[in-house]
Design a protein around this ligand. Structure first.
Ligand code: CO
Length: 137
């Protein structure tokens, strides 16, 4: 069902400061940076081995990431698993009674299809499922 961990997403309050920190302290560079307007996020992808760290910042005050930062502060936001068929994965999860945030795949960053699984159904972890454009039928 799951192919790999595609990225680990970290909520950050100041994107530029976080990028500088990850470069200076961990030697990681940004390969892609994008604002996903309908999600109210700016994301920066930092390649690490076969996966990425994703820095997630809010685009404004009334967004999911800004509410997350107000409630929980900076830190782990979600883990993204790559799948090769997101639609059928969502159907399988629903058949297992898992609570989904997105019942249908939608367009996320980098042209990927994404859907989120509710943490209340998953021992507290927010999971993003992600399908690469190249895997799309
Ligand atoms: Co993500």
């Amino acid at each position: 069902m799951l192919d790999k961990i595609e990225h680990v997403a970290l909520a950050v309050a100041d994107m530029d400061a976080a990028i500088s920190h990850y470069r200076a302290v961990w030697g990681l560079e940004v390969s892609h940076r994008e604002v996903v307007e309908d999600q109210g996020v700016e994301e920066a992808m930092l390649p690490l081995g076969d996966s990425f760290l994703q820095l997630l910042g809010p685009t404004g005050p009334d967004t999911t990431v800004s509410r997350f930062l107000a409630r929980r502060g900076e830190g782990l936001h979600h883990i993204a698993y790559e799948v090769d068929d997101l639609g059928s994965t969502l159907e399988e999860l629903e058949s297992k009674g898992v609570k989904l945030i997105d019942h249908q795949p939608r367009l996320g960053g980098r042209g990927h299809l994404v859907a989120f699984v509710h943490p209340s159904s998953n021992h507290g972890l927010l999971v993003e499922l992600i399908q690469r454009p190249s895997a799309r039928a």
